[in-house]
Ligand binder design. Structure first.
Ligand code: SF4
Ligand code: SF4
Length: 103
């Protein structure tokens, strides 16, 4: 009779049923709206509203949904913006300036 091998430990067969089953690592138990992650930032995006054409490309690309549309214009919510600068990179007319964050 062929010996059965032990099932390999893979992400597919790991089940977390409660908090104590989770591995010891830094994780968030609250959703993003409860964590004001803007404190992580070392650089700050600032929109030059004199140049902005309201194309909303920055809004579309922000991975943290930190850009809101207020009266047809983009507004960065710095409580949540982590300063990745994807918005500044994607803005077609470079209307988002990068400033060093003051701590
Ligand atoms: S810097 Fe990053 S997180 Fe902040 S608004 Fe721009 S794309 Fe979003
Ligand atoms: S991508 Fe640039 S021009 Fe377009 S809405 Fe954002 S800041 Fe304005």
């Amino acid at each position: 009779m062929k010996k059965r091998s032990k099932p390999k430990r893979s992400a597919k067969n790991i089940k977390f049923k409660k908090e104590s089953d989770l591995p010891p690592t830094a994780i968030s138990l609250a959703d993003t709206m409860n964590n004001k992650t803007g404190k992580w930032r070392s650089t700050k995006p600032v929109i030059d509203h004199g140049r902005c054409t309201s194309c909303m490309i920055c809004w579309k690309f922000c991975p943290d949904a930190s850009i809101e549309i207020v009266e047809g214009k983009p507004r960065i919510n710095h409580d949540y913006c982590k300063g990745c600068m994807i918005c500044a990179e994607e803005c077609p007319i470079k209307a988002i300036n990068i400033e060093k964050e003051k701590k």
